[in-house]
Design a protein around this ligand. Structure first.
Ligand SMILES: [Zn+2]
Ligand SMILES: [Zn+2]
Length: 584
């Protein structure tokens, strides 16, 4: 990073182009991410939608980003396809426009490594930009315009012969205004041939549920014709814009037929799909690969199909079974064969390993089970507890602190609370107070109740539930057990951290909330708790009940599809964005 910017001087300290990968990555934790149809489709030609990987603190987002960069370089560098990764290493709350400028310069310079870019005719303009930078005759805003134009000219040159992959990790570390600026830049990139992957604690945009509407969906044979030209193995993106003459798969009883709605609702919601340009009906990729086109009689099969979305959300969470395998693997690769049957390459027994082997109570497996139970499916917490076990010399020492919140987890939470505190005074106050309010119940508190608990000065300024989630910086997950949305902590261990008052700022927020909500002597609070506090528009347009008349086409995700918070680990569901649980 330092050398690439050497000619220009100061670079925003939050920006990095690489992230070192740890040697202790358990392959199974991430292999399903790279084998999934969403990632595979995102890598293909002609894709313009962004891939958004969403997960709470410690779910491995940065590792996924670094692994994806490495994976893409392995497969696509030999074909001459550039891969650029940008890691936002810390909260960006100052010099935001400079961050954006450095981001664009980093992309431009990184692409300059490729032979085709060395003669793309942007050199003189870039020299002009560097001159503007060093002499500073113009402000950063005009320099931004200059570097943006040069970058897009370079990308246009690449567009016809290459795919450019851009990975941006930790975009949620940017302030709200920088996030909006970055979103604008990222949205303009796919048109210049760049496919974008981001990682974030919160999903940003709303998504819609779609289900395949073809009458032969699910039947591998039905609708297949002798003379279908498409090869199922071909990249479907190549032919998406072509008119299709295939019309013989249009049958009686196609999409939209009366009485068939229930059938469509029973179908799997789709993450990636095709939409008919004429009638907007949905076709899944398996149907497309089976040679089907739009099943609507009105379209007569003469239609164009396209992907009608600008991003796909993937919720990162790890299967509890894989977490358990990881714990056994990590213990045995560090301490030797403990009889846990993991796939690790096992060194000679360490002092702790010997102690476990000589233990007649079989506490090696018990240690795995306990770490697994307390981590509750969260890989970051499992690692933190494993670090404590690794430092122990005996079984007794390893199990000494198993009922306490380990100090390294407390430090991790303390550091994350600092990110809440680093926000603007309003967001800081809101973030700490909603965390304090959500901590009143282990399984979460309704949004309405949180609003009641907040001081009027904070509650009155809320425009949407997203304000709350953003201010809480990923510590809160939205879920529901009824029509009434609830907010809960992203993990039960954090509930312990909040309620046992480890953190002074949170302790103050809890005390202030309690003081503000003391019962009034005239009982006026109980009679008019919401006075002066407009109701939070938490999920605009959410269907909270089954609609009376079921529509056969695209249905918005309903809150009834959300899992309950008290079943297993809390996940960062954000109702208005409709992200889905996705096990890796
Ligand atoms: Zn289908
Ligand atoms: Zn159609």
């Amino acid at each position: 990073m330092a050398s690439s910017f050497a000619e220009r001087g100061w670079t925003h300290p939050a920006l990095a182009l690489t992230h070192g990968l740890s040697s202790d990555i358990f392959p199974k934790l991430f292999e399903r991410f790279f084998a999934d149809e969403i990632y595979e489709r995102w890598c293909q030609e002609g894709i313009e939608w962004q891939l958004h990987c969403v997960g709470g603190p410690g779910t491995g987002k940065t590792t996924i980003a670094a692994l994806a960069a490495s994976h893409l370089k392995t497969y696509f560098w030999p074909h001459g396809f550039p891969v650029i990764s940008v890691f936002v290493r810390e909260e960006v709350l100052t010099h935001e426009v400079e961050f954006l400028e450095d981001f664009l310069v980093a992309m431009y310079q990184d692409l300059g490594k490729w032979e085709v870019c060395k003669s793309d005719g942007t050199e003189n303009d870039y020299t002009e930009y560097l001159q503007a930078y060093s002499e500073k005759p113009q402000g950063v805003r005009s320099r931004l315009g200059l570097i943006r134009r040069i970058l897009h000219r370079r990308l246009q040159k690449l567009k016809n012969e290459s795919r450019v992959f851009l990975i941006v990790d930790g975009i949620d570390r940017c302030s709200t205004s920088l996030r909006l600026l970055l979103d604008e830049e990222l949205l303009s990139l796919p048109k210049s041939g760049v496919r974008v992957m981001i990682t974030s604690r919160n999903a940003t945009y709303e998504t819609w549920i779609a289900r395949c509407e073809h009458q032969d969906h699910g039947d591998p044979e039905e609708g297949l014709e002798e003379d279908i030209e498409e090869d199922p193995g071909e990249d479907p993106g190549e032919d998406l814009e072509e008119d299709s003459e295939e019309d013989s798969s249009v049958r009686e009883g196609g999409a939209g037929e009366e009485g068939s709605s229930i059938y469509y609702i029973a179908r799997e919601p789709l993450d990636v799909f095709l939409t008919c340009k004429e009638c907007k009906s949905v076709l899944c990729f398996p149907c497309f690969k089976a040679g089907r086109v739009c099943g609507n009689r009105e379209c007569q099969g003469n239609t164009q199909l396209y992907e009608d979305y600008d991003h796909v959300d993937v919720q990162l969470c790890t299967s509890p079974d894989v977490v358990k395998e990881f714990i056994a693997w990590d213990l045995e690769r560090e301490h030797g064969d403990l009889g846990l049957g993991s796939s690790a390459r096992k060194p000679p027994l360490s002092a702790l390993g010997l102690s476990f082997r000589n233990d007649h109570l079989g506490r090696a497996q018990a240690t795995v089970d306990e770490i697994h139970d307390r981590a509750n499916g969260h890989i970051g917490l499992a690692k933190a507890r494993l670090d404590l076990v690794h430092a122990a010399q005996s079984v007794e020492e390893a199990r000494q602190y198993r009922y306490q919140l380990p100090s390294n987890i407390v430090s991790m939470y303390e550091a994350a609370i600092k990110a809440v505190e680093a926000q603007s005074p309003h967001q800081r106050d809101l973030g700490l107070k909603v965390i304090a309010a959500a901590g009143r119940q282990p399984n979460g508190v309704s949004v309405r109740r949180i609003q009641e608990l907040l001081p009027t000065s904070l509650a009155a300024k809320l425009r949407s539930g997203e304000d709350i989630l953003e201010a809480a910086k990923g510590f809160l997950a939205a879920t529901t057990r009824s029509d009434n949305p609830h907010l809960a902590f992203f993990h039960k261990a954090f509930y312990k951290f909040v309620t046992q008052r480890y953190n002074e700022s949170l302790q103050n927020a809890i005390s202030e909330l309690a003081r503000d909500n003391l019962p009034k002597t005239d009982n006026s609070y109980r009679e008019a708790p919401m006075m002066g506090k407009p109701e939070v528009r938490f999920e605009p347009g959410t269907i909270t009940k089954e609609p009376a008349q079921i529509t056969p086409d695209r249905l918005k995700r309903t809150v009834t599809l959300m899992e309950k918070v008290d079943e297993g680990p809390s996940r960062a569901y954000i109702l208005r964005q409709g992200t889905r649980a996705w096990r890796i």
